[in-house]
Design a protein. Structure first.
Length: 155
């Protein structure tokens, strides 16, 4: 019986999703508009001035790309946040998600992650190792059966 209801439910969902909205038949369809990058905040760390920018670029799972840049415009760190609305100038200014002290703690923690020096080994240079370990999770390490310990996941 489940074999019948699952395809039926999928077909109904597909037809519903494909049908145009009829609640406002005289209005044009809403189209996606890419927002411009927005500077969220500036903060100082170790005598350097940094800017936090919400690029408003959407990624997988609707995350938004948040970047921290130094005073010369060089990228210090970036991450994808599913709480992109919290990283806007308005949210920061009005403390919509967190206090400004908590925001600064978040920014500082990402800068500390960016300054992490991965262990050397496996014949990779340190810069390539960092990029590799940034995208190679501990779960992937365990599932793959990797024993290289390049990203220090074995301990």
């Amino acid at each position: 019986m489940k074999a019948f209801f699952l395809p039926l439910a999928a077909a109904i969902a597909a037809l519903w999703a494909a049908a145009p909205a009829q609640s406002h038949p005289n209005h044009a369809a809403v189209s996606w508009k890419q927002m411009e990058p927005e500077v969220v905040a500036q903060f100082e760390s170790d005598g350097e001035l940094y800017s936090v920018t919400n690029t408003h670029q959407r990624g997988l799972f609707i995350g938004e790309l948040i970047q921290i840049r130094d005073s010369h415009g060089a990228l210090a760190h970036q991450w994808w946040s599913i709480h992109g609305w919290c990283f806007t100038a308005h949210a920061y200014e009005h403390q919509a998600c967190w206090s400004q002290a908590h925001y600064l703690n978040i920014f500082a923690s990402y800068l500390n992650r960016a300054s992490f020096t991965p262990p050397t080994g496996g014949g990779l240079n340190t810069e390539n190792e960092y990029v590799f370990c940034e995208h190679y999770t501990k779960l992937e390490y365990k599932i793959s059966g990797d024993t290289s310990d390049v990203c220090d996941y074995g301990s």
